[in-house]
Design a protein around this ligand. Structure first.
Ligand SMILES: [Zn+2]
Length: 342
């Protein structure tokens, strides 16, 4: 047996005036229990209700980290014997006062199964509320999970955080990405694209009340491979919004849908729209809300915008083999946004 006091892993036992030091963390339950039993016998304890062996086992489990209330023997009994053994009672962690941050806090009964605490400094009574703050790593992980087809409900379950916490993080970051993308698109108007390809894809809004669901159209454009998008109806009003954000282009490729007739330098042919369709499927593959045959869906149109912006910022793609001034400026701009986002 070692007789050092310095290490904090040492536990001190008192036995007939002798001090015994034990390195508890290195002992197994049975050996520790036998040692405690030996000491208890030496101290001539003869408990009436419980067997001395059981008490020795319970105390050794307590020393190894098990909660004292989960050992089958009343905590008051165990505390009595640990006190006689000279073992210091393990201190439970108590919250600090939310009003004055004092740590002079006592337990003050319970209500609905939750322990109430009372501050001795300012007399406030409070509950211990779990902390749902997200760490930097966890925030980044949640965003990545969201952009890899996990639903918000799924993320909340896996991360063990409330749905509202996950939702507000994604929304906040989505708004940030969306606003920054709008600023970037304004800057890109100074360039002229060689080729722009336009297309629209469909998704829907799940309306909570009422039988009807609402259609949403996502208008996409790839100008020299850089994605632009807007959401709305399938009419000219929404299309014009996309058109306003696009830089000038030498050629526009579209399908045969009539609203595209307003474009200059316009070629209507299915032959070239495959890249923008592959961008559509890229978005569907990354966002659970756009995927088909899932329970995940859209409940608000704005979240579609924010989610697409988040996807474009976190996992930027450029559908062009050729590097042009436009897509090079976009690449740098998005990288900047991403670095500030996380
Ligand atoms: Zn207080």
């Amino acid at each position: 047996m070692e007789l050092e006091r310095t290490t904090r892993f040492l536990r001190k036992f008192m036995c007939k005036g002798y001090e015994i030091y034990v390195r508890v963390s290195e002992m197994d339950l049975v050996t520790l229990a036998q040692l405690i039993l030996l000491i208890l016998r030496n101290l001539n304890f003869k408990p009436r209700k419980h067997k001395l062996e059981d008490i020795a086992y319970a105390i050794s489990a307590y020393l190894l980290g098990v909660q004292i209330t989960k050992l089958g023997i009343p905590a008051s009994t165990l505390y009595y014997y640990t006190k006689k053994l000279g073992v210091k009672r393990r201190k439970e962690e108590r919250p600090t006062c939310p009003s004055c941050n004092s740590n002079k806090v006592i337990k003050n009964g319970s209500s609905r199964g939750k322990t109430k605490y009372k501050c001795k400094t300012c007399k406030r009574t409070f509950y211990q509320t779990p902390n749902h703050k997200l760490g930097r790593d966890q925030k980044e992980r949640i965003l990545k999970e969201y952009l890899n087809r996990m639903s918000m409900r799924g993320i909340a379950k896996v991360e063990g955080k409330p749905l509202t916490t996950v939702y507000s993080l994604i929304k906040r970051k989505g708004v940030e990405a969306y606003v920054n993308l709008l600023v970037l698109q304004e800057q890109l108007k100074g360039f002229t694209a060689k080729v722009t390809i336009l297309d629209e894809s469909w998704t829907y809004l799940r309306v909570r009340h009422g039988p009807k669901r609402e259609d949403i159209w996502i208008w996409n454009a790839l100008a020299d491979g850089t994605p632009f998008f807007t959401t709305g109806d399938r009419d000219y009003g929404s299309f014009r919004f996309l058109l306003n954000s696009l830089p000038k282009s030498e050629v526009n490729y579209t399908d045969n849908y009539s609203v595209y007739q307003v474009l200059d330098n316009h070629i209507a042919s299915k032959k070239y729209t495959y890249t923008v369709e592959s961008y559509n499927s890229y978005c569907r593959a990354h966002l659970a809300r756009l995927a088909r045959d899932t329970r995940g869906g859209n409940r608000s149109k704005r979240m579609v915008d924010y989610s697409l912006a988040l996807l474009n910022v976190m996992y930027p793609v450029i559908y062009s083999r050729e590097i042009t001034p436009l897509n090079e400026a976009y690449r740098k701009g998005v990288q900047n946004i991403r670095e500030n986002l996380i």
